[in-house]
Design a protein around this ligand. Structure first.
Ligand code: ADP
Ligand code: GLC
Length: 475
């Protein structure tokens, strides 16, 4: 059986700030179906340490001046290797941000250690287990190929880096070269240097055997200056090893027929009771227009400002809005202001169960992102018969089929896309939404199409398995 070490900074259901965790958490089960065993190495944050029962110590040592242990444990269907380094990971609050809302100052060291330890496991540091492939996720695991090279292990194990979001580079000051035990000879344009600083992501982009990202459209976008965030040149250089593999969703956790957090339903008729319950929960009156919902981190990426701008058009057509999210203060503030309208409900915070009730109760789920590597909530929407209204970008372009008149008639359309990504285009999308919603039979057809659209892992798991076989050293 193919053995793979997956390396990431988050993993659902143990520790999550966004879709990265969902994907890292779902990958092992998805890959098991393809005959691949995935073990996941994760930092030992308090939430992770608390979830371990009966761990075994499989490695003890010191790297980058930090003493650590690696604990092996099974949690649900996750086979975990937990990096226990209390000095770096045993702290309360956000996994990335300190109490001042800024990155923990030692983030470069924290995730360099994660990468270093993963590389050591890659060259056989754990006595009874040798992975054939290391699958690194995002900048937090970006230094794996670099450290592997340093350990002389490049031929011993294949490497894949998946880009979940190129906006985060994992930059560190050049003065940290020594502390991170990185070679000064590689601190240049062809190496991991990015405008005078160390870039953990770039190290992975130039060093991994293969690169993937989480949708085919984002793979193309990454090579353009509009989306590459300064790394588009590197992406173009490596276009031969880059591919886009669409995320799936966890179809057990997101199944309207069995979801314990909602009033379960098999057909869209069952949505009525969930909508009424949701309106009641947020104190919204009943209305003739569509109830739009959004569950999201509130950042520039997610286009919340566009939504606030275009909102009056939706409300004028008797539409309603419910948002669950947290993030940037000014966006939270803007949403709270919008919630003064009786037809708008806002909950600032993070709430897994509420996210299910919202997605089940909404008529339409909004994802007006400026860029979106894949996006998961539009896929939850499809599965729950909650029509996605999305910006035409990245994974949103690959998972939703736009309801052009022909598309609806042909029975293939599943949602609404808008382009360019502006408040004006969103306003017209709201108008199209309200027109469609007003046509009962057409809307029902759209919902049916959405619910039967595939959102699972099947083809993507096969694509990853093929890549693993490609990069695994021949034994
Ligand atoms: P990103 O990873 O960029 O945040 P995704 O759409 O890929 O975007 O994934 C976001 C994940 O986080 C989804 O599972 C979504 O339901 C969840 N999520 C985001 N914000 C919240 C929140 N406030 N409460 C509950 N779940 C949330
Ligand atoms: C990132 C992206 C999101 C993607 C997720 C999982 O957080 O912003 O689009 O779905 O990773 O791959």
């Amino acid at each position: 059986m193919m053995q793979v070490l997956s390396v990431a900074s988050e993993c659902a259901p143990l520790i999550k700030t966004g879709g990265l965790a969902d994907v890292v958490g779902a990958l092992p089960a998805a890959m098991a179906a393809e005959g691949v065993q995935v073990r996941t190495v994760l930092p030992g944050y308090p939430a992770v340490m608390q979830a371990l029962t009966d761990p075994t110590i499989v490695l003890t040592g010191q790297s980058l001046g930090v003493p650590f242990r690696v604990l092996a444990a099974q949690v649900g269907d996750l086979d975990l290797l937990v990096l226990d380094a209390p000095q770096l990971f045993d702290r309360a609050g956000s996994i990335y941000l300190g109490p001042n809302g800024k990155d923990w100052p030692d983030n470069p060291l924290r995730f360099a250690l994660l990468s270093q330890v993963a590389a050591r496991i890659g060259v056989g540091a754990i006595s009874d287990w040798q992975p054939q492939v290391i699958h690194a996720h995002d900048w937090q695991a970006g230094l794996v190929p670099e450290y592997l090279h340093g350990l002389g292990g490049s031929g011993k194990v294949g490497t894949i880096l998946t880009i979940h979001n190129i906006a985060f580079h994992g930059l560190a000051d050049a003065s940290l070269l020594n502390m991170l035990q990185l070679s000064p000879a590689r601190m240049n344009r062809d190496g991991f240097e990015f405008w005078g600083r160390i870039s953990a992501l770039k190290a992975g982009l130039i060093g991994a055997d293969r690169l993937t990202t989480v949708s085919p459209t984002y793979a193309e976008e990454l090579m353009t200056d509009a989306f590459g965030m300064g790394l588009d040149g590197v992406m173009r250089q490596r276009r031969d090893v880059l591919s886009g593999i669409l995320n799936g969703i966890d179809e057990a956790a997101w199944n309207p027929a069995t979801d314990p957090t909602i009033k379960p339903y098999k057909t869209t008729k069952g949505k009525t009771a969930n909508k009424a319950a949701l309106q009641a929960e947020f104190g919204l009156p009943t209305s003739d227009g569509p109830l739009c919902v959004m569950v999201s981190r509130l950042t520039e990426q997610k286009g919340v400002d566009l939504l606030l701008d275009a909102l009056p058009t939706l409300l004028a057509r008797s539409g309603q809005l419910i948002v669950l999210g947290s993030g940037a203060t000014e966006l939270e503030e803007g949403l709270r202001n919008a919630a003064r309208d009786d037809h708008v409900g806002v909950r600032i915070g993070y709430d897994e169960a509420l996210s299910h009730r919202i997605i089940a109760g909404g008529d339409c789920i909004l994802v007006p992102s400026r860029f979106e590597p894949c996006g998961l909530t539009q896929m939850y929407g499809l599965r729950y018969g909650t029509i996605p209204l999305v910006a035409l970008t990245g994974g949103l372009a690959d998972t939703v089929i736009n309801a052009s008149p022909a598309g609806v008639l042909a029975g293939v359309a599943t949602g609404i896309q808008f382009n360019p990504i502006t408040a004006d285009a969103l306003r017209s999308a709201f108008t199209r939404l309200c027109d469609l919603y007003a046509d009962g039979p057409l809307w029902a057809r759209l919902q049916k199409n959405a619910m039967s659209h595939p959102v699972g892992w099947g083809p993507s798991a096969q694509a990853y398995a093929a890549l693993y076989r490609d990069v695994a050293p021949s034994s």
